[in-house]
Write a protein that binds this ligand. Structure first.
Ligand code: RFL
Ligand code: PHB
Length: 408
């Protein structure tokens, strides 16, 4: 017995970059959706995650009316620095290929998306915990969820499972059809937010025999740093003094030091690659982390989530204007190309920059030769530039014409 029943065209599960962007793009095309999110709005807007946007993501946000705060408070970076053997090399993407990246925190992108949806009277139900998906191979699939302990049901034409790796959508696919591929890395990242001034003009990716370190930023006052740790380490093993001492040991150079300040947040993530190649079945479509996870070394996760949302929105827009499912049917095929390319690059960056004491001397020498190649050869640096700046949010030529339709 359901306390209440709701109905919409597209039922979206999850208010991350994939779900929120999809609901925004659908709205621009007059397609009704209801988004269900288990966390509160405050929690969604405060969860610290990604920081780097590719060219395609910057363009998409700007062209769909979401770019004003990003252009004001985000930071355009002309490249990244790679450090090893106490030497630092600038890979100047702008000079190499005329492209830049935007450092703008994921939770700020989410704030912009939520504000736009609220302004348009968009329907987002926060603290709505989805418990199951029903009839996904029928024309009227259903989402069961609970708000304040009260069971409710959402009936729709399509379900977009944008509920991250642990959400219920992927589990609703028939087990015998699942094509899942996973690779686990023997690395973890301990990430911190520190109240400190900016350490460097661009991000620094540092290989060190003590382990990888990454210098990133959130704002002129808040910095984001990461160090490679054992994936099974607990935060209790990492008091602040130990973190600072590792960061200094791994990244400081003569005359340059990491800027310190009070640590206001710490977390440890395990590094993994995962792809569920079954991204669509019946009326259910998976998007973002629900279908794929990349190790963060390539800075691709949020960008891929946005790329998925873009293609799914184009497919749905085409369906609702023509009744034709041709583009929707190609969603999985189109997205898997970008997803595997991002997986390849994320793995390459992870292998290049982490210290792995299980490597043979031969493998370690090859790693140094690779570091040397990408930092001293224009061709080597250009492949990093191309992949770092622009691979996740690209449309195949056949869909370019449909893009104009989904923009405001
Ligand atoms: P999200 O952001 O995980 O959102 C999923 C949402 O679904 C909700 N949900 C449910 N809602 C209702 N009912 C249920 N039963 C539900 N179960 C789950 C969740 O509450 C959540 O709000 O998925 P989405 O939209 O696919 O977005 C993916 C990105 O968040 C992720 O890939 C990135 O953060 C990855 N990532 C990075 N990506 C980049 O592009 N650039 C970066 O620089 C970057 N750095 C990172 C990263 C991820 C990191 N961590 C924490 C793994 C750095 C790190 C450390
Ligand atoms: C971040 O700022 O959180 C960040 C930046 C680059 C990465 C991963 C994370 O590769």
């Amino acid at each position: 017995m359901w306390c209440s029943q709701l109905e919409t065209k597209v039922g979206i599960i999850g208010a991350g970059p994939a779900g929120l962007l999809l609901s925004h793009l659908l709205h621009l095309n007059g397609i009704d959706s209801i988004l269900l999110e288990k966390k509160s709005r405050e929690e969604v807007e405060e969860t610290v995650r990604a920081g780097v946007l590719e060219q395609g993501a910057i363009k998409l946000l700007n062209e769909t009316g979401l770019g004003s705060r990003m252009m004001k408070y985000g930071h355009l970076h002309h490249g990244i620095e790679i450090q090893y053997n106490a030497q630092r090399f600038l890979l100047n993407f702008e000079e190499l290929i005329g492209k830049k990246i935007m450092v703008y925190p994921q939770h700020e992108v989410l704030k912009d998306l939520i504000a736009a949806r609220m302004e348009a009277n968009g329907k987002i139900i926060f603290q709505a915990n989805v418990t199951s998906l029903k009839d996904i191979d029928s024309p009227k699939p259903k989402i069961e969820f609970e708000v304040d302990g009260e069971k409710q049901e959402l009936i729709c034409d399509f379900i977009a499972g944008c509920d991250g790796y642990h959400g219920p959508s992927r589990r609703a696919l028939p087990k015998e059809l699942l094509r899942e591929i996973e690779h686990v890395y023997p690395f973890g990242w301990l990430g911190i937010l520190a109240e400190a001034p900016i350490s460097n003009e661009v991000l620094i990716y540092a290989y060190h025999e003590r382990g990888f370190a990454l210098i990133s930023t959130r704002s002129p006052e808040i910095q984001r740093y990461y160090i490679q740790v054992n994936p099974n380490d607990q935060l209790s093993q990492w008091p602040d003094e130990r973190i600072w001492s590792e960061l200094h040991a791994r990244v400081d150079l003569n005359g340059w030091t990491v800027q310190e300040g009070p640590i206001i947040q710490k977390d440890i993530v395990k590094m993994r690659s995962f792809v569920c190649e079954t991204m669509q079945y019946g009326r259910l479509f998976l998007a973002g982390d629900a279908a794929h996870i990349v190790p963060p070394t390539g800075a691709k996760g949020m960008n891929l989530a946005m790329g998925d949302a873009q293609v799914l929105a184009i497919g749905l827009q085409h369906y609702y204007t023509t009744g034709n499912e041709q583009i929707l049917n190609k969603y999985e095929k189109i997205r898997l190309e970008s997803i595997w390319r991002a997986q390849r690059f994320s793995r390459l960056m992870t292998d290049l920059l982490h210290h792995n004491n299980k490597k043979t001397s031969f493998e370690q020498k090859i790693q140094f030769a690779e570091l040397n190649y990408v930092t001293t050869s224009v061709t080597g640096a250009t492949t990093i530039a191309e992949n770092y700046t622009d691979i996740s949010v690209n449309l195949p030529a056949e869909l370019q014409k449909n893009l104009t339709a989904i923009k405001s």
